[in-house]
Ligand binder design. Sequence first.
Ligand code: NAP
Ligand code: ZN
Ligand code: ZN
Length: 352
Amino acid sequence: MSKPRAYSVKAFSTRDPKSPLMPDTISRREPTENDVQIAILYCGVCHSDLHFARNEWGFTQYPAVPGHEIVGRVTAVGNAVTKFKVGEVVGVGCLVDSCRTCPDCRSGLEQFCQEMTMTYGSSDKHLGGPTLGGYAQAIVVREEFVLRIPGNLNAAAAAPLLCAGITTYSPLRRWKVGPGQKVGVVGLGGLGHMAVKFARAFGAHVVLFTTSPGKTADALRLGAHEVVVSRDSAQMAAHAGSFDFILDTVSAQHDLNAYFHLLKRDGNLVLVGAPNEPLPVAAFPLIMRRRSFSGSLIGGLPETQEMLDFCGTHNITSDVEMIRMDQINDAYERMLKSDVKYRFVIDMASLG
Ligand code: NAP
Ligand code: ZN
Ligand code: ZN
């Protein structure tokens, strides 16, 4: 395959783990026949962007351009593109390509494909170097990896659905969370606030665990039936052995075992948070009641579209705080202080 022609767009990137994100100019390929070219309107700020920019997971290639909660307007389509037209508002999440033939891809579970291409930090098959994410004016993506955004949803508030939304929707669906179940959500950040909204919409009794007592009123407004301050051992003990399911969205070191104790027999704790340090697991809380501990990674393309359509039908979006591109470094510092209400979204018009 010959190298496609490229053009330049403005972006924010970082060159090493310690430097702030700075203005940069990056290359995008001219759309090939299967591609959709998108002018980015909004990009959500995921805690993964911060882990990645600072190489906390140890696999960042620089320059790094984070951003995988992308909503934009189609500006061009390749000749073979059938699903999208110029002018439509569309989304791109954490994946921009995969092998499209392996059993995972054929099952619509592209996130587990051994050759999947992440929106940032994978090898760019077209231009070489690392793929570069959504903190940019534009992106070019194969049509199979572009999503429809329901027209009734606010475009900025829909952006976080592309990662925070699907990452919480997918495990809640897989473990069949619904009426009659008591469901816990640990952490009220970007993922956590979407998990509360979805678990409530699915009919469960929702309990939010937080280290920030000041978030209690918001958690109840977002859909939690109860709020537990997780650093208060008496409040935690009151819920021992009572949960069917707990979704853990915490981005840093914390005690998982305290949550295993809260599960019923055969209850499940699913981890979606991705702290860089290992989390110690004690044997007894798991073996004594046949409890399970699992992980979950974003969601495949069909389920991501299903989630967006569900959000369209039920009018679910993220609670967002809009920022300019040049406020990104401050936003990261606030995210580290758990001071996000409840997702930063970059207004890409501010990139000029
Ligand atoms: P976020 O907005 O920063 O929210 C994380 C929340 O965790 C905070 O708001 C805080 O909630 C809680 N928290 C933070 N530090 C804590 C600590 N030391 N102890 C206990 N609780 C703490 O982050 P996010 O964007 O939701 O992402 C959360 C994690 O999920 C990140 O690690 C991210 O990389 C990962 N992630 C994974 C996937 C996946 O596919 N599995 C996808 C996206 C993101 P309270 O103030 O309520 O305590
Ligand atoms: Zn993310
Ligand atoms: Zn595959």
